[in-house]
Design a protein around this ligand. Structure first.
Ligand SMILES: [Zn+2]
Length: 233
């Protein structure tokens, strides 16, 4: 059974969340959350998400949908602001019957975030948006956008995506799903069928000149398509 995760990307539309000038929490959350979704789906996780662009959402509607989805974990993606001097990641476990597993989930995410060099204010407890779901939840605040030093850790989409990846690694670790680097072919895909089944090969060109074949492999790999050269004599 593939795992299921509900993702709440905080704020959106007319609700910017925390803000400093034109730095808006809703935009940071969106970049982080979409990368989290992409990385989880790449590992076979089924994701329910509240938004995939800049639009608002009704908390009650999303929670009703999430309850029907019956997820194995719920993740909220937020960014903090306080008085300009506070800094660091913080994550809130839920307060319901899933408090213990929630703590494990939060610990996995926190560990991966620390690997990015971000400090942590620790795992705290609070009944946030997804706490009513019957599953462990983690409400993540990646850092303080009103602290220039903290913000320097997530001031580009590339850096924000690293947080999304870190969250995904933490969640997958909690599920005991092995992390696969991108472009790494799964062993099932690479192995031929063992019981005389039909094998469909995708051919992307035949070349009499090896360097032309190498160029084709390079092109395909640059597009994220894993491939190799087979010789026919
Ligand atoms: Zn928020």
């Amino acid at each position: 059974m593939s795992k299921k995760v509900s993702i709440e990307i905080g704020h959106g539309g007319s609700d910017p969340g925390a803000a400093r000038g034109d730095i808006l929490e809703k935009n940071i959350n969106l970049t982080v959350g979409l990368e989290l979704k992409r990385q989880l789906e790449r590992h076979g996780v089924n994701v329910l998400i509240n938004r995939i662009d800049d639009r608002g959402f009704k908390v009650a509607d999303f929670l009703a949908q999430a309850k029907g989805f019956n997820p194995d974990a719920g993740i909220s993606v937020h960014t903090n602001a306080f008085n300009g001097t506070a800094n660091g990641f913080e994550v809130f476990r839920n307060t319901n019957a899933f408090k213990t597993t929630s703590n494990l989930l939060c610990a996995g995410i926190e560990r991966e975030v620390k690997k990015l060099g971000q400090t942590s204010r620790g795992i705290k407890e609070s009944p946030f948006i997804m706490s009513s779901l019957p599953c462990p939840t983690a409400y993540c605040e990646l850092g303080f956008l009103d602290n220039p030093n903290d913000y320097s850790r997530f001031n580009t989409p590339e850096k924000q995506r690293l947080f999304g990846t870190a969250y995904a690694k933490g969640i997958l670790d909690y599920f005991a799903v092995e992390w696969k680097e991108e472009g790494q072919a799964s062993s099932e895909a690479a192995a031929p069928p063992s019981t005389g089944g039909v094998l469909f090969r995708v051919v992307a060109g035949s070349f009499s000149n090896k360097s032309n074949a190498d160029a084709q492999v390079k092109l395909l790999k640059s597009k994220g398509i894993d491939c190799f050269i087979a010789e026919y004599r």
